[in-house]
Each structure stands twice: as structure tokens, then as C-alpha cells.
Ligand binder design. Structure first.
Ligand code: F6P
Length: 671
């Protein structure tokens, strides 16, 4: 490792020269100083410098120098002048074309959109919907999916202006940077290539100098082989029984996407046939009640547990994994783990330490974000065990179809781009912070919870990618329920209370046909009547004049008025099957990425989840000390101390002698 033997260095940080110091560096930004010790031997990565706000800085010595770059979590990478790494930094110093340091809100396109808002505020959707040319140009079809955004509070001019904003935000460059494996997740120094997970075998997608597609297919082939052996009974449990039941343990991105797809497929006739005699359950919450639900009625002898965790460190998942391991070994012995537990992770070392044979582990890569991982082994393995690999491949093909559209279509007719821009318009310009996801399809009941994570963990950020505070609100609050259930719950607020842009999603064909002689329409037509009606009710509303004309008593008129002018989007799928579910997923993933690219946030990190995790670990230690050593609660504020004491009082402390594992009786019935 090269070293710098120097006594005096100048430090440039945040653009200003601050100090010359012997053998240690002091880097100042507006808020604090950081010491970087042992300058004479620091050409290594890993120097801690938390709190450094400037994203790039430079240390110079007469004639020589050291360059550094701030990476994740304040870790700094350094390089000596004229070393290859130095040259790399030098190259990086010329801003890559996708990087935009200027706040997007300072751009002309942004200001023009702000001015344009006053025009839009003068319009009403009731009027806009009368313009057939406008509506026609706002209805697009991509590979069988119809997307109608004519009920957005936007004119063709709005769309033009949003496209100018996209140009200003370097959207095309950012999309290209993502696809070409650039480390656009800057705070974690990672590429963002979930799209490579669904690329065809012969595609080439480069990351850090190598085509990743062969590796992706290496894992897919392994999943196909393994799932076929389990499904056909060639892979059997420790006591020789076929493994018919799968419990997938995982949380967040290691759960929500697979759950969404499983729910969407389980009622689809071809999938039902493929899944006959098998079951797939999920265990996500560390609440023991969830374990008792997931394992209830299952027999370890016929159960395969799939531990899904990108990091293999997530506290909840690992405790659930240990719980299931105890459930298996207490009946079948320790050796049964190799037959009854497999893993999906990027951290194969920890998988092995847990006791799962790495041969029974299915890898993925750090360029797959957790919430974007359903098309990796995270989703493909459990779903293939349930439905067979070929069916899951149809799902991957659906995602790829929309990915290709996203990659190759000019922005003005690119559906994820247009929808992403319109969401930015709704959130940031029209001031609607929430979006309701309303599938008129029970099979899509878990779309909203999945998109909640994809969107809110991706774009729920307060700073731009360069760390500067955002001068506007980004991110979107996502919620939703299938129609028509939602209509009988929160639609009141949507129709007469707050303005919440809605995504209505329906299908031309139902997975299940019910038509009864004598009924006016089939059950699916009944459902879809609501799908069509709700969008117009929101757009048009109902005026007081209409109500008076209907003879509504004057005192009731204000209560019955619907102001209308409430934006929505209609997405019509040909049906709900593996392929279309894939298309829909990719549509949302890419649309959300577009929103983040415009807001100029890092949509691919999630530092906001860390603080709660570290505080929980302090509480965990306190609970352990209190339960086992009767230690007093200390070090917390008054409120937490009070609540902890109250909680601890209500339960018996753990006795140190004769400890035994304890399971609810329904998951471990007495022999
Ligand atoms: O806590 C948030 C998170 O890191 C998500 O981003 C992720 O999907 C989830 O936890 C689960 O993480 P893992 O797959 O590493 O267990």
C-alpha cells in the first residue's frame, strides 16, 4: 500500500482551503471538524469521517497529493497521486453526465411549471375531459396494457413542460446511467441493476466491467433445478417425506414483493393447477403471533423453510429463522436443517455461519436493492417452489417487456416516464402528498403494501443526492385497498375531503367468471362498473345546481356537493396473470425511479430506517438485563422509562435454571 510521508498538507474541503497540519488532517465543513489521523499511512479505504458534508474533497501536498471521496456512512476512500485509483478519481472529478448538482427547483423548467399552475388552477377536469383530442393523446397502450392519464389535472402544455423538466433533470442520462451499471446509489457506492434480473439469457448488462446476465441465469438455473426436484419429490425431507409446504421468512423487500406476486397468482387458474397439493406461506413479523399463524397446522417433516434476507442480519428475520430452526430440529434433529432449510441472500458467509449449507443458498447481488428484489431469488425461489419455474419465468418476461419499453421509448411516449412526471406534478406542484392505489382486482390486493415500500423507502428523502437539503417536499404517501372494498372505507375523504390522486387498476378479464342467469351483469362486470364510475365521479363531481335541479333540500345541498376536479389514472390490464403482473410491477418500479430522478434524490438507499434499529438494540439489552438480572431501567427519557417499567411489571422474569424453548401449542402440539 502506498503511503504519503509528508509533514505539511493543505486540505481543501467544501471548496475552501482550511488548514495545514502535521501528520493529521483536519477537514472542516460548515458544521464540524474531523480528524483523519496517521496521514503518513492512510492510502487505504476505511477512514471514518462521519459528519463530513461535502461529498468530494481533495488533499494536496506540494507536487504530490492524496485524493479522497466520501462513500457510504462517512467512510472515505483515498488514493495517492498518480496511482490508478488517483486517476480514477481524477476522471470522476469531471462530473458524469447524469450528475446534476444544481437544485432542480432553480431550473427554468421548474419555474415555468410553477407559473403554469395558475393556468391549471383555472381549469376543471369536467371541462378538460370534453377535449377529445387531449384525451386521445393521453391514452397509451403498451404490450396489451392500456394507460389513460386524461383524468390528471394536466393539459398537453403541462406534459410538454414536464418533459422540459425531465430534460433539465437529465432524466435520459440518469436512466442510461442506471442501465449501464454506474454506481448511481452513491451513498452505498452501488450500481442499481434490478433490471438485469429479468434480462433474457443472451442480453448483456455491464456492471463494474463485467456482464452480469450470465450470473443471473446461473442462479435462475439453480432455482429451476432445485424447485423441480422439490416439486417432483426428488428432494425429500429428513424422514423421507415430500416437502409440500414452504414457509418463506423475510421482511420488507424480502417479503412484500413475493407476497404481492403470490397473492396475484394463487387464484389464476393455470397457477392454481400448478400449485395443487402445495402451500406457500410467509413469515415476516417478529411478533410470535405471526410465527404461530405461519406454522399453524404444518409439520416440520413436510416443510421447507426459505430464509430470505439480503443482508442476513435483519434482526426480525434472523430471530424468526432461529425460531423455525428450533421448530424443525426439536422434532427432526439438528441434521434435518440441511434438508429443511435453504437461504436467499447476498451474504453467503453469514448463511453458512447460520448452519445452512452454501450449496443450498441462492445468491443475489449488492446491485439489487431489497425493495427491488422480487425478481431475484428473493421472489423467484419461493414462487418457483409453489408454481414451477416456467410460470415464474412468464412473470420475469412481463417485467422485462415493460423494462424494455422504459429503456427504449422516447420520453414523450414512455409510460413509466409520463406517469412519474405526472406524480411529480401532483406531489410537488399541485401539493397532493398522497396517492391511493386502488386495484379493482382482489388478486392485486397486496399491490399497495408492496408499492408503499418501493415508493416510500425510495423517495422518502429530505436531501438531494449531493446531500443538500431539498428546497421542496419529495416522496409520496402511498396507501390503498382493492375496490370496491375501499369505496366503503376511505373514499368519502377522497370524494369530498382531501384531494388524493388515485390509481385505478382493473382487468378486462377476471381470473374467475361468475355469471348468474337473471342478474343484470356478471360479477366481474359489476366490479368493473365501479372502476369506470369512480374515475368520472372524482373528475366531474356534482354541482349545487345539479342537486337543486334534482330537488335536494337546500339544507342538504352543501353536504351533497362533489367539487370534482380530483385527478386519477386508469390502468386496464388484459387479465391478471404472471406476465401482466410482471408488467405492472415494472411499471411502478420504473415510474418511482423516474420520480426520484426528477427530485434528484437517491432512490436506492434507505438510511432513514437505521436510527430506529439502533435504538431497538439498546432497548433489547435493557430488556435482557431487566428480565435476567432484574436490572433497573436506566438511560432513557421519562416517558420511555415509564413505559418500559410498566411493560416489565406485567410479565414474569425469565428464571435462569431449567430453561426450555417455548412455542405456542398450535405450532408445536404436544406429542
Ligand atoms: O429495514 C429496511 C430494510 O433494509 C429494507 O430495505 C429491506 O427490504 C428489509 O429491511 C429487509 O432486509 P434484508 O433483506 O436484508 O433482511
Amino acid at each position: 500500500m502506498a503511503s504519503v510521508a509528508c509533514s505539511r498538507v493543505g486540505v481543501k474541503a467544501g471548496g475552501c482551503l482550511h488548514s495545514t497540519i502535521d501528520r493529521s488532517l483536519e477537514i472542516e465543513d460548515e458544521r464540524r471538524s474531523i480528524n483523519v489521523p496517521q496521514l503518513n499511512n492512510f492510502a487505504v479505504s476505511g477512514l471514518k469521517a462521519t459528519g463530513l458534508r461535502t461529498s468530494r474533497w481533495k488533499v494536496c501536498e506540494t507536487g504530490k497529493g492524496v485524493r479522497g471521496q466520501r462513500l457510504r456512512g462517512g467512510v472515505i476512500k483515498m488514493a495517492i497521486a498518480d496511482s490508478p485509483a488517483w486517476n480514477k478519481y481524477q476522471e470522476q472529478e469531471q462530473e458524469p453526465e447524469h450528475v446534476s448538482r444544481k437544485a432542480i427547483s432553480d431550473s427554468l423548467a421548474w419555474k415555468q411549471l410553477q407559473q403554469h399552475m395558475s393556468e391549471i388552477k383555472k381549469t376543471h377536469l369536467r371541462e378538460l375531459m370534453k377535449d377529445e383530442q387531449r384525451c386521445k393523446s393521453m391514452i397509451k397502450e403498451v404490450d396489451g396494457i392500456v394507460v389513460d392519464y386524461s383524468r390528471q389535472r394536466a393539459t398537453l402544455e403541462t406534459v410538454e413542460k414536464l418533459l422540459s423538466l425531465a430534460e433539465e433533470a437529465k432524466l435520459s442520462e440518469k436512466i442510461n446511467a442506471m442501465w449501464s451499471g454506474k454506481h448511481i446509489n452513491a451513498t452505498e457506492d452501488r450500481a442499481v441493476l434490478h433490471v438485469a434480473l429479468r434480462a433474457p439469457r443472451d442480453a448483456e448488462i455491464m456492471c463494474d466491467g463485467k456482464n452480469v446476465v450470465p450470473e443471473v441465469w446461473g442462479t435462475l438455473d439453480k432455482i429451476k433445478d432445485f424447485s423441480e426436484r422439490v416439486r417432483s419429490g426428488k428432494w425429500i425431507g429428513a424422514t423421507g417425506k415430500v416437502l409440500t409446504d414452504v414457509v418463506a421468512i423475510g421482511i420488507g423487500g424480502s417479503f412484500l414483493g413475493p407476497l404481492f406476486v403470490h397473492n396475484a397468482l394463487e387464484t389464476e387458474p393455470a397457477c392454481e393447477e400448478l400449485a395443487k397439493g402445495r402451500s406457500l406461506r410467509f413469515l415476516s413479523n417478529v411478533d410470535p403471533v405471526d410465527a404461530s399463524i405461519a406454522l399453524k397446522g404444518l409439520d416440520p417433516e413436510t416443510t421447507l423453510v426459505v430464509v430470505v434476507s439480503k443482508t442476513f442480519t435483519t434482526a426480525e428475520t434472523m430471530l424468526n429463522a432461529r425460531t423455525c430452526r428450533a421448530w424443525i430440529t426439536s422434532k427432526l434433529g439438528v441434521d434435518a436443517v440441511s434438508k429443511h432449510m435453504v437461504a436467499v441472500s447476498t451474504n453467503l458467509k453469514l448463511v453458512e455461519e447460520f448452519g445452512i449449507d452454501p450449496k443450498n443458498a441462492f445468491a443475489f447481488w449488492d446491485w439489487v436493492g431489497g425493495r427491488y428484489s422480487v425478481t431475484s431469488a428473493v421472489g423467484v425461489l419461493p414462487l418457483s417452489l409453489q408454481y414451477g419455474f416456467d410460470k415464474v419465468e412468464e412473470f420475469l418476461k412481463g417485467t422485462w417487456s415493460m423494462d424494455e419499453h422504459f429503456r427504449n421509448t422516447p420520453l414523450k411516449s414512455n409510460i413509466p416516464v409520463l406517469l412519474g412526471l405526472l406524480s411529480v406534478w401532483n406531489v410537488t406542484f399541485l401539493g397532493c402528498p398522497a396517492r391511493a392505489i386502488l386495484p379493482y382486482s382482489q388478486a392485486l390486493q397486496k399491490l399497495a403494501p408492496h408499492i408503499q415500500q418501493v415508493s416510500m423507502e425510495s423517495n422518502g428523502k429530505g436531501v438531494a443526492i449531493d446531500g443538500s437539503p431539498l428546497p421542496f417536499e419529495a416522496g409520496e404517501i402511498e396507501f390503498g385497498e382493492p375496490g370496491t372494498n375501499g369505496q366503503h372505507s376511505f373514499y368519502q375523504l377522497i370524494h369530498q375531503g382531501r384531494v388524493v390522486p388515485c390509481d385505478f387498476i382493473g382487468a378486462v378479464k377476471s381470473q374467475k367468471s361468475v355469471y348468474m342467469v337473471g342478474e343484470k351483469v356478471s360479477n366481474h362486470d359489476e366490479l368493473m362498473s365501479n372502476f369506470f364510475a369512480q374515475a368520472d365521479a372524482l373528475a366531474n363531481g356534482k354541482s349545487s345546481e345539479d342537486l337543486k335541479a334534482e330537488g335536494v333540500p337546500a339544507s342538504l345541498v352543501p353536504h351533497k356537493v362533489f367539487t370534482g376536479n380530483r385527478p386519477s389514472l386508469s390502468i386496464l390490464l388484459p387479465n391478471v396473470d404472471a406476465f401482466t403482473v410482471g408488467q405492472l410491477l415494472s411499471l411502478y418500479e420504473n415510474r418511482i425511479a423516474v420520480q426520484g430522478f426528477i427530485w434528484n434524490v437517491n432512490s436506492f438507499d434507505q438510511w432513514g430506517v437505521e436510527l430506529g434499529k439502533s435504538l431497538a438494540s439498546r432497548v433489547r439489552s435493557q430488556l435482557n438485563a431487566a428480565r435476567t438480572k432484574e436490572a433497573a431501567v436506566e438511560g432513557f427519557n421519562y416517558s420511555t422509562t415509564f413505559l418500559l417499567q410498566h411493560y416489565l411489571k406485567g410479565k414474569t422474569p425469565v428464571q435462569s435454571s431449567n430453561l426450555v424453548n417455548l412455542f405456542p401449542s398450535e405450532i408445536f402440539p404436544a406429542a
